[in-house]
Write a protein that binds this ligand. Structure first.
Ligand code: ADP
Ligand code: MG
Length: 982
């Protein structure tokens, strides 16, 4: 090239070329650079710049002390990822990443020697990682007229795309070659993994197959570079970030350049760490019918900028590998189906044979020999050794017809097929004959088929082929999972006494290894007491072929026993059975623990109640005893001092204390439902009316009182004194609940309790009378309601509450065949109801007792028989009777009493203790007395212990009770009223 001289190049508007770079150079402020304005540049250089700018080749020039870079428009795209405008940059800065490789070549050019490279690999740095590129380029020196090198000129082309394309192509061909000869799925997967891993220079590569559940994937084998650990095993997909897996499931390739920086991995880092410190990975999912089946992946422990080329290659490998695996599968299936067909041919009823034309001219003498035949054909033909037989010899007279038929098939190659009904059997037979290719073989295949059976076989076979594969793999996967994961112990065993398969749960539960379990008769694992019944149950199952259940104890390896519940079912083969065992130890232990806890709770509740009861009792009795013994001491002191005047006061005090003690016992008995009731048939409204005045006085003026009496109220049969007592107690409770005043309501009603209402109240269904006392006071919390009926439970300060009121009411209601219930809301009020059963019968006239004031001495000297073994009591009663003007006859026991009754002595009343010596109690005496003297009036004297004897207070008409301890005045009143009552 001849360069122009200095003067021929105009500096104005240098460089004159068109294009973007020329423009940029013109606009560049060269004055401020080390190169100075272009006017000072060597002429040779300027010429070179012009050539470069005008060239369609991608070119650059570097010159000056810093090798300043100038390039043309065609070179621009090669600089693509370098952000800074390259114009005027030192070459070394621009290609800092490959400088090590470039520098010697540049030096060579500057030294005057040009060089050229083809497809030189150069690794470039890109944001986030490195990129492998390939280049074909030449560097040449630019000399001035003196021959000195003033610059270097480069012509460069990036060939990455082509190189990679070629490599990929070569790789794929290699892959194809390698896979061609492989027939096993696992070998195919392994070969591909290795090839891919090596090609990509990755740390690891492989194929993960997704479970039918879509939740896990399994890697059977993978390839690693020896540094990275393997990924073989079973992994949960979503552990590797749900977002990533969503992409996979949708069939999108996943490229992760840096696990740490990738936002999709948030929170899933540990999985990538656990999977071999993965920093970068690429995965291509494989889908079939929209289902995510597998993924081909490559990983490495360093970040990596995956390129489109990488993705393309992984995809290529994934698809080819998968196809090869499917093909292997198909080949296998084909071989299998071939085998099945052959088996079928051998087994089928239809006759099949191949006959071969025997050399010779076609014509009347031509013949065919059988060279192959299936057993069915032999049966059709009626001879066993068909092979080797000639058609003419076998068929006889009709042979020519057949031979002509076969000859036409052999010549034309056109198969024939016809159906014919065989009159003898009534079955449709189809005959088909076709030429066996190639024609030189001179063979004809002949098929005799029973049409219906063939059709059936064909359909069955087709269906089998279509579904068998899928069914088998699905089912066995399912079964396998069940077998491995089941908590229950699963086993296959035979009636000879051995197991042939056991699930892993056996070892987990019992500690025995599978080998141990399978090598000993199963009975030897059973508890000696359980073995016989268990074997008997198994034997029974064998006879009935019905599944059965039993429980037994099985030895664990460490020498203890576990209770196991078994479900066993026979296999159809009649030899084996399947057993499913559930370990009951946990259940049993839990049940036992529950029972123990419940028992402990009940016990502690009982102890608490008893503690409360005895504590309360002790407290009350102490007070009363103090009153009594203190008074007695004082009496004694005063008597010694001869100061009799004070004695009376102390006696009174002692008496009042013992009266209170008696009433306390009474209430306790009421609570224990052992009090002796004296029920009467009463009208509850009348009873309430009689109490109104007393209640009004008790509750005071700040509380209003209302009585709502149910109309036509039914009679009830209860102890009226106790009912009054209950009502008074309820009124007092209500008063205590309304310290600021309020309203008290007493309401009675007839109630029909149906089954449900009765069940709620723990009563038999039926008719009841209710008495409800309500207030609008402070109310109770549910906790207080729950305890209010407990004896001695009180929320009131010491001295104000005894905690016995409601417990007595409850005891009374229950003992009277009824119920007591609290309905309360905190802050609103309380209603306590007593339900009492309706009494069907007449009102009891005895309920109207004469007032004590009306008591007068007897006028007519009636006679009373008194039976009591205790002389003191007898004396007391006799004294009382005589004081009242009655005649009294005494007896010490039942027998003595009955003697009197057998005589004709007139007797108006029998008073008898219940507890009597010498074989007869008071109740029996009274019964015997009524046999002798029907309607005889009876008064029992009783302590609570004999309550049962008196039928729990349910007495016959004309029988009455007085409870010990009693007051003389009470006794007199009672005797008087009984005798007067007719
Ligand atoms: P006492 O009245 O001696 O406390 P009770 O057996 O009569 O004993 O009552 C037990 C507890 O039930 C009372 O202390 C009180 O807490 C609660 N109670 C009973 N009746 C009412 C009521 N009408 N309103 C609010 N609380 C009540
Ligand atoms: Mg009370």
């Amino acid at each position: 090239m001849v360069l122009s001289t200095d003067s021929q190049i105009s500096d104005a508007g240098f460089p004159a070329s068109r294009g973007l770079m020329a423009e940029a150079m013109r606009a560049h402020d060269w004055e401020r650079t080390a190169l100075g304005p272009p006017s000072g540049w060597p002429v040779a250089l300027k010429v070179a710049v012009n050539i470069m700018l005008d060239s369609p080749e991608s070119m650059f020039i570097a010159w000056g002390p810093g090798l300043t870079f100038l390039c043309n428009d065609a070179f621009q795209p090669l600089l693509r990822p370098r952000r800074k405008p390259p114009l005027g940059q030192p070459l070394r800065e621009l290609w800092f990443d490959s400088w090590g490789q470039i520098e010697p070549i540049v030096d060579k050019a500057l030294a005057g020697i040009g060089s050229r490279f083809e497809d030189l690999p150069i690794t470039l740095t890109r944001p986030g990682g490195e990129e492998r590129t390939w280049w074909t380029f030449s560097y040449s020196p630019v000399r001035d007229e003196t021959g000195a090198v003033v610059a270097m000129m480069g012509v460069a082309n990036e060939t990455t795309t082509r190189v990679l394309g070629e490599r990929r192509h070569a790789f794929v061909i290699g892959l194809q070659d390698r896979l061609r000869d492989l027939t096993e799925r696992s070998a195919i997967a392994a070969a591909s993994a290795e090839m891919l891993g090596v090609y990509l220079g990755a740390g690891r590569a492989g194929l993960g197959e997704v479970d039918p559940s879509g939740e896990f994937f399994t890697v059977a084998h993978d390839w690693t570079d020896g540094r990275m650990s393997t990924l073989t095993g079973r992994w949960r997909l979503n552990d590797f970030s749900t977002e990533v897996m969503t992409d996979c499931r949708a069939g999108r390739t996943v490229r992760i350049d840096d696990v740490i920086a990738d936002k999709r991995i948030n929170g899933a880092h540990t999985a990538y760490e656990a999977a071999g410190n993965v920093r970068a990975c690429i995965a291509v999912p494989l889908l079939k019918n929209g289902r995510f089946l597998a993924a081909f992946y490559a990983d490495q422990m360093e970040p990596r900028l995956w390129t489109d080329d990488d993705e393309a290659i992984v995809r290529e490998v994934a698809e080819r590998t998968w196809a090869a695996m499917e093909r292997a599968h198909t080949d296998l299936a084909l071989a299998e189906s071939e085998r099945r067909y052959r088996a079928l041919f051998n087994a089928m009823d239809e006759g099949f044979c191949i006959i071969e034309f025997i050399d010779g001219p076609h014509g009347p003498l031509s013949d065919y020999v059988h060279i192959e035949a299936n057993p069915a054909y032999a049966v059709h033909a009626g001879i066993t050794n068909v092979v080797g037989q000639k058609v003419r010899a076998m068929v006889g007279a009709e042979a020519q017809g057949w031979i002509d038929l076969y000859a036409s098939v052999l010549h034309t190659g056109r198969p024939i097929r016809f159906e014919r009904e065989l009159e003898a059997t009534g079955r449709w037979l189809e005959l088909a004959a076709f030429r066996v290719e190639p024609p030189e073989r001179n063979q004809v295949a002949v098929l005799f088929q029973d049409l219906t059976a063939r059709k059936r076989a064909e359909t069955a076979l087709r269906e089998l082929n279509e579904t068998l594969e899928a069914r088998v793999s699905e089912r066995s996967a399912e079964r396998d999972r069940l077998w491995r994961l089941s908590e229950d112990m699963l086993a296959r065993a035979d009636y000879m006494g051995m197991m042939s398969a056991v699930s892993p749960a056996w070892t987990r539960s019992l500690g025995w290894t599978a080998t141990e379990l399978l090598s000993r008769p199963y009975a030897t694992f059973m508890h000696s007491q359980d073995a016989a019944p268990t074997l008997a149950a198994i034997e029974r199952m064998r006879e009935t072929a019905e599944p059965t259940r039993f429980e037994n104890r099985i030895a664990t390896r460490d020498g203890s026993w576990k209770p196991i519940e078994w479900t066993v079912s026979p296999e159809p083969d009649g030899i084996n059975f399947i057993a499913v065992g559930r370990d009951l130890s946990a259940t049993k232990a839990r049940e036992a623990e529950m029972r123990r806890l419940e028992e402990a709770l009940r016990q502690s509740q009982k102890m608490e109640a008893v503690g409360q009861l005895t504590g309360g009792l002790a407290h009350d009795f102490n007070n009363l005893l103090t009153g009594i013994s203190g008074s007695l001491e004082l009496v004694q002191a005063r008597v010694l001092q001869g100061r009799y005047a004070d004695v009376d006061r102390y006696v009174l005090a002692a008496q009042s204390a013992s009266k209170r003690a008696a009433s306390l016992t009474h209430r306790l008995l009421a609570f224990s439902r052992r009090q002796t009731l004296d029920p009467r048939t009463i009208n509850i409204n009348a009873l309430i009316a009689g109490m109104e005045e007393l209640i009004r006085r008790t509750i005071g003026p700040s509380i209003a009182m209302e009585t709502v009496s149910g109309a036509g109220i039914w009679s009830i049969h209860v102890d009226p004194n106790q009912l009054e007592n209950a009502l008074l107690n309820l009124a007092i409770n209500a008063r205590d609940a309304m310290p600021e005043g309020g309203k008290l309501t007493i309401e009675t009603a007839n109630r029909w309790l149906d089954e449900r209402a009765a069940r709620e109240r723990d009563l038999p269904a039926g008719q009841y009378v209710s008495m409800c006392v309500s207030d609008n006071g402070v109310g109770m919390t549910p906790e207080v309601v729950a305890k209010a009926f407990d004896p001695f439970f009180t929320t009131k300060p010491i001295g104000l509450g005894t905690g016995l009121g409601l417990s007595m009411i409850y005891g009374f209601a229950r003992q009277s065949g009824g119920q007591a219930r609290i309905y309360s809301e905190l802050g609103k009020g309380t209603m306590v109801c007593i339900y009492m059963p309706r009494h069907l019968g007449d009102a009891d006239s005895a309920s109207i007792e004469p007032d004590a004031a009306q008591l007068a001495r007897s006028q007519s000297g009636e006679t009373v028989l008194i039976i009591d073994d205790e002389p003191l009591v007898r004396m007391l009663v006799v004294d009382t009777l005589e004081e009242l003007g009655y005649a009294a006859i005494e007896a010490a026991d039942g027998a003595a009493g009955l003697k009197v009754l057998e005589s004709d002595t007139h007797i108006d009343l029998l008073v008898t203790d219940v507890g009597l010596p010498n074989g007869m109690n008071g109740r029996q005496v009274a019964d015997a007395a009524r046999q002798l003297r029907p309607g005889l009036k009876v008064l029992f004297i009783t302590g609570f212990a004999e309550n049962a004897v008196l039928n729990h207070g349910h007495l016959e008409h004309g029988m009455h009770v007085v409870t010990k301890p009693f007051e003389i005045a009470d006794l007199s009143r009672k005797i008087r009223s009984i005798i007067l009552d007719n």
